[in-house]
Design a protein around this ligand. Structure first.
Ligand SMILES: Nc1ncnc2c1ncn2[C@@H]1O[C@H](COP(=O)(O)OP(=O)(O)OP(=O)(O)O)[C@@H](O)[C@H]1O
Ligand SMILES: [Mg+2]
Length: 563
């Protein structure tokens, strides 16, 4: 048999062998790998892009089988961002998860993380989304302020409280009297009784903060009865009482009040018994520690049909008593309004409204004074019946565990335990044992939370630090179920309107270091963002232009400074 000599030629497809008859067949032809031809110029890809994903309903996507995959993340509620593991969208807020998805046992959430990692931002997103669903956001005491821009953008009410800024009369029944006029029978009595009880409690709370001890039983009875007498008179005259009127009634010593003071018919004894009360009420009237904020007529009455924020940011952090009193007054007014709304809805006179109550910076409120833990405690137990969803925000469990008495600590712990969901951002590892005792975390979840609190990297070129790696990352925990890790993505609405900016005060470059003389000598072409510093020319005696403003205008268009 004659063998024909094999001739081979090479081609990009491999060696071609000339078969008998002249045709050429590939032998052991190399094939491209899963990422294409390797080597320069051959188009091989070392990086494979993730396939594009679309979200669709089961009805729309069924024809794509088997390429469809379930998300595993709940899709009911306010869109927060993407699941960090699966990339699926996560929708989450306490009201939708309680009311519609029935995923949690009560409509509340507790948000914990180290400062600056986005707690207020995630709660603000929930408030924004819930407003879209028809729930009314109510921020009862914004100490920073973090929510004023949002509520303004939603067309809501911004009520400013502070020395010389705005007043909240603690004896103002709000809309209770008008609501009572529209109701009958027990509903009417209940609204009036609630308004009365709320106001007596508020006066007692102010006295407690002022004296650092609660009023006696006898004093509470005197206050209660004196307020009833005052209400009858005020309703007859159609005017809202203030604390000075309450003091006047106590001094006047009407029979009803003397009866509960148990003075045995002796006016001298009555004066003796009411003297400490008079002194304390007098202290609440003037410009004392608690200021005139609570004793003057309410400057901006709160409405129950609009988003509302009480801006108490002007109160100095050092004035813990005043902060505590202001927060209590805001909570009292807010929950009073919710009670009225519910009574009118039950009577079929108004639609049932749902509220989303935000208690941000809870640690500051709790630390501010005695009685605060009890007050929040009472509030959190009622949220299901009251048609109220709520979000509490604090830094760490240690804030709650550092309260002075064991009783307060146990109650504060209960806030986290009873919350329908706990949302945790970056936390230090020292927090974990405390947190674990309240919510079940796996080891991997704990490691994740600790990794999110890592400090940001320095950027030596920009001379600034990058964003913290864990900013906007949260783990949503419901009971002992596995947590859902999510990154809260800011939307264009939030970034363009500056709604997320809680560092707004740092947006402009400071220029107040310069004297008026130096400022007058500034060259006209000085760039707007330049910081006036010591290397300015020494101030020459110049005559100031008459129109030089006393304070400098804000520098326009300065890019936001990142911490
Ligand atoms: N998901 C996010 N993406 C980008 N930036 C964010 C995100 N969340 C928050 N930020 C930015 O981080 C800064 C701090 O956010 P935020 O005030 O919400 O934090 P915080 O945890 O409430 O802080 P604090 O404990 O001081 O109250 C803000 O400037 C905000 O714009
Ligand atoms: Mg905050």
């Amino acid at each position: 048999m004659k063998l024909r000599r094999r001739t081979t030629t090479s081609s990009p497809l491999g060696n071609l062998v000339e078969a008998p008859g002249g045709s050429r067949k590939p032998v052991n032809a190399p094939r491209p790998g899963p990422r294409g031809w390797r080597g320069p110029g051959r188009g091989g890809a070392t990086y494979v892009e993730a396939a594009p994903e679309w979200r669709a309903t089961t009805v729309q996507a069924c024809g794509l089988w088997p390429f469809a995959a379930g998300t595993g993340s709940p899709m009911t509620g306010v869109p927060l961002g993407r699941n960090l593991v699966s990339g699926a969208t996560l929708c989450c807020d306490p009201i939708s998860w309680f009311q519609r998805a029935r995923l949690i046992s009560n409509p509340s959430c507790f948000v914990l993380s180290k400062p600056g990692l986005g707690k207020s931002t995630v709660v603000r997103r929930m408030a924004l989304g819930l407003a879209g669903y028809g729930t009314i956001p109510m921020v009862l005491g914004d100490l920073k302020p973090d929510y004023v821009d949002l509520v303004e953008a939603l067309g809501g009410q911004v009520i400013r409280l502070g020395r010389g800024r705005g007043h909240l009369n603690v004896l103002d029944p709000g809309e209770a009297n008008e609501a009572a006029d529209r109701l009958t029978g027990t509903a009417r009595a209940a609204v009036l009784a609630d308004a009365h009880g709320r106001r007596t409690t508020m006066v007692s709370a102010l006295l407690t903060i002022l004296r650092t001890s609660p009023p006696t039983d006898r004093e509470e009875s005197i206050l209660d009865r004196a307020l009833k007498v005052l209400d009858e008179r005020s309703r007859a005259h159609g005017r809202t009482p203030v604390l000075a009127d309450l003091l006047a009634v106590i001094r006047e010593a009407p029979e009803d009040v003397r009866a509960v003071a148990v003075d045995h018919g002796r006016i001298e004894r009555y004066r003796e018994l009411t003297e400490p009360l008079e002194a304390s009420l007098l202290a609440l009237l003037g410009s004392g520690r608690l200021g005139e904020i609570f004793s003057s007529p309410t400057s901006h009455p709160m409405r129950r049909d609009r988003p509302v924020v009480f801006d108490v940011s002007s109160i100095n952090d050092a004035e813990t008593d005043l902060q505590a009193a202001a927060l209590l007054a805001c909570w009292s007014a807010g929950f009073g309004a919710i009670n009225i709304a519910n009574a009118l809805a039950d009577a079929g006179l108004e639609p049932q409204r749902h509220y989303f109550v935000v208690l941000d910076e809870l640690w500051r409120a709790l630390r501010a004074g005695r009685g605060m833990v009890d007050r929040v405690d009472a509030l959190t137990r009622l949220n299901r019946q009251g048609g109220v969803g709520q979000a509490m925000v604090s830094h760490t469990m240690s804030d709650l565990m550092s309260l002075p008495t064991a009783e307060d600590r146990a109650k504060a712990r209960g806030f986290v335990e009873r919350s329908g969901m706990v949302i945790c951002g970056g936390l230090p590892s020292a927090e974990m044992p405390m947190l674990r005792s309240v919510v079940g975390f796996t080891r991997a979840e704990e490691d994740l939370l600790v990794s999110w609190q890592d400090p940001p990297a320095w950027d030596p070129d920009a001379g600034a630090q990058a964003d913290p790696p864990g900013r906007g990352n949260f783990l949503v925990k419901v009971g002992g179920r596995p947590g859902i890790p999510v990154h809260v993505a800011l939307t264009s609405v939030e970034t363009e309107k500056g709604l997320h900016e809680t560092n707004a005060r740092w947006r402009v470059t400071s220029r107040i270091g310069a004297s008026r003389d130096q400022l007058a000598a500034l060259p006209a072409h000085l760039p707007a963002t330049a910081t006036v510093s010591a290397d300015l020319p020494a101030a020459a005696p110049v005559s100031l232009p008459a129109d030089l403003p006393a304070s400098l205008p804000a520098v326009p268009d300065v890019p936001a400074l990142r911490p």
